[in-house]
Write a protein that binds this ligand. Sequence first.
Ligand SMILES: [Zn+2]
Length: 271
Amino acid sequence: MERSESQYAGAKLAQLKAEYQVDVLADWGDEKPESAGEWKTGTWTKAELDKLHNAIALIADAMGGNETFIRNLAGVTVRKADIGSHGGEALSHRVSLSTKGTFSAWTVVHEFAHAWDANYGWKLSRALEKYAGGYTSPVLSLMMRLAGLSDSGLFKAENKPGRYGRRPGCNRAGYFYGDRPSGSNWSFNRIEDFAESVAMYMGWNRDNELSKWAYARLNRYLLPNGARDENFGIDNWANYKKYFYPENGDYTKTKRWQFVDDLINGRIQIV
Ligand SMILES: [Zn+2]
């Protein structure tokens, strides 16, 4: 953030606080305000503040307004942090975005979905798991791997097509995901499932910053085995279609879309 942009940034932070109870920890400013000393640019850019604001507005819109957003999240502090190879991290009331490179609207929505889930004691992802007909069983998962029935290595994914651990239960958590998620890999579990399901829901059929990625996530399964997808690389896509691609390509037909729709519209109550 340049000094010339600091007034704009300050107004944006005040707006995020007032409209959404979101606090952004500013890492820019005067090093020594009393002597008008060196300006610290920090890692945030003006464009990133706009991107964050747009993504939050998109979530609030999908939830039916700012009041519902504030009730669901109950206040969130957003900061930039060195969080290793992840793009983002979240706990209740706290979202961290990586200082390495920038972030996407998808990452913001994904991390805010974690913060929403965390604010409800991670019960939203448990409810999704059940609703989608899934369950978590590390024992069954290990038995599948030992019996050679997994599309992963024994204790990790393999870095080659058909071995990323996408099939139900073939992941670190032993997560059997039930009805079709938009994707799965070795790191998949009910918590990641909830965050991705919220982002898919908010991008689907809406023509917003998430939509292109939401469609890309499903369209990869229309490719033949061994084909390269521009975003997701090479895999045996056709083999995975039955686990992930919804009926007629219509994501609203999935249990995950239905779950998030029910949750947002108050047909599912979780306290
Ligand atoms: Zn996540």
